[in-house]
Ligand binder design. Structure first.
Ligand SMILES: [Ca+2]
Length: 462
């Protein structure tokens, strides 16, 4: 895992020069085995992990138009058009991408045939219809292992990542090879321009630096009955699938496979029954959550143990200080090996004042002038600091059931956006994230309530 890709050349021909002093090796077949990349802790000394998941190195469907279903006809589909209107999605798990994918393929009760989707040629496996469902691409990555032409659940090794898994690739991005990262930083250095593709190309009119990942999760909350889409150029913003707000992006999907786990089962009641969300997700969680108060309410205190996350993605030094603002790539936007939550604090600001929000991250610590009101209502206690974007992303994923804890507010991180006012200004009209229980955005609305959440580093086990 997390090793360079391996190449194997099958040699067929050796040519030797007439004098015998040199030779040329011909290769007719090159087998490329892509490295599996995992955000989990790979230190040999970290021996408690027995199950995990990893993802493919790169999106092998990049540069193609990625459709979620055969009902779509263009890249910019109507958001509710991915299934017939009478369809109620079952792919509702925020966590278990294998379960979601099995539900999307209707594998538990279905009778799907490999030959309806893919052709096996002498050298390759090809799609029967390039324009049909993106789930074909899942089938391209898996194989009919017993040769009966039925897509058996046991044969579903690669699946479309869930919302939680895409979040994990953001939180743990520094432990992945650059090409496997959700959004390699170099992509943000591409010109602020559209992709250079000919007229009629499906990706015509798409900004090359905007990458939007489609997850397998339709959780009914974040994006209604359509899958959640993550805007990787904004780190971790969420929206409905195919919702672009006139910001056309390169459509992406990332497939994953489980590591150290048994194949799923089609037998109801089995521990690995694929028709139950969570059965086929590693028991060793990337983020281990405990709630010290026992019941969920507005005063819940959460503790997060992040020792299962790769070290490269963590801030290694414990601190009891506030961290000066940085963007989402900065050390200040990473997580320590553990942290715990404190209370929320209201923000004083001029209502609907975009300028105030643009200056927000800097003003947390450095008011622009002595006459300005303090940013945070009340006294922020010593030893606590404002949660950063990755910590807020963890709240979004792991504290989402607790409606009272969120209190209907948008939480602002201690970071600014690298493409906003303080960055390269590709998105100069936005500056930071608003994280609510229902989604993560960079746009605000009149009447929105803004707060910050206090956190502090915590050493797990103490
Ligand atoms: Ca089969």
């Amino acid at each position: 895992m997390n090793q360079p890709n391996r190449l194997m050349h099958v040699l067929c021909k050796n040519n030797r020069s007439p004098d015998g002093s040199s030779s040329m090796t011909g290769s007719i077949l090159t087998i490329r085995q892509s490295s599996i990349q995992t955000p989990f802790n790979r230190d040999l000394s970290h021996t408690s992990l027995s199950e995990a998941w990893g993802c493919e190195t790169v999106d092998e469907t990049a540069d193609r138009n990625w459709f979620y279903s055969p009902y779509e006809t263009t890249a910019n589909v109507e958001q509710y058009n991915y299934k017939p209107t009478s369809f109620t999605p079952k792919n509702t798990s925020r966590q278990d991408g294998l379960y979601n994918t099995a539900e999307l393929l209707n594998l538990v009760n279905g009778n799907l045939r490999w030959s309806d989707y893919v052709d096996y040629t002498e050298r390759d496996v090809v799609l029967k219809d390039e324009k049909s469902c993106g789930l074909n691409y899942v089938l391209l990555r898996n194989r009919d292992l017993d040769g009966d032409d039925i897509v058996d659940v046991e044969e579903l090794h690669w699946y479309i990542t869930s919302l939680e898994q895409i979040f994990a690739l953001f939180i743990g991005d520094q432990g992945l090879s650059v090409e496997a990262q959700l959004y390699p930083q170099a992509v943000g250095n591409l010109p602020n321009a559209l992709l250079d593709v000919p007229t009629g190309h499906p990706l015509r009119g798409v900004y090359q630096w905007r990458w939007h990942y489609v997850t397998s999760t339709a959780d009914g909350q974040t994006a209604g009955n359509v899958p959640v889409q993550v805007w990787a150029e904004e780190g971790i913003s969420t929206s409905q699938y195919a919702q672009n707000w006139a910001k056309e992006a390169v459509p992406k999907v990332r497939c994953a496979r489980n590591l150290g786990m048994a194949s799923p089962s089609s037998q109801a009641g089995d521990a690995t029954y694929i028709g139950t969300a969570g059965n086929n997700f590693p028991k060793d969680e990337l983020v281990v959550v405990t709630e010290t108060t026992g019941t969920e309410n507005a005063n819940s205190i959460y503790r997060f143990d992040l020792r299962n996350l790769n070290k490269e993605s963590r801030r290694l030094a414990f601190t009891s200080q506030g961290l000066i603002p940085g963007d989402e790539y900065s050390l200040q936007s990473r997580v320590y090996e553990g942290f715990e939550t404190g209370g929320w604090y209201g923000l004083t600001y001029e209502a609907n004042n975009n300028g105030w929000l643009q200056a927000y991250p800097m003003r947390i610590y450095t008011p622009l002038s002595a006459n300005e009101a303090p940013i945070v209502d009340g006294t922020f206690p010593d030893g606590w600091r404002i949660a950063n974007i990755r910590e807020l992303a963890i709240f979004f994923q792991y504290c989402n059931d607790n409606n009272e804890w969120w209190g209907g507010a948008n939480y602002l991180p201690s970071n600014f956006y690298s493409f906003g006012t303080y960055g390269n200004s590709y998105d100069g009209n936005v500056n930071t994230w608003f994280v609510s229980r229902g989604g993560i955005t960079m746009t605000m609305s009149d009447g929105d309530v803004f707060r910050v959440r206090a956190v502090r580093d915590w050493v797990p086990g103490t």
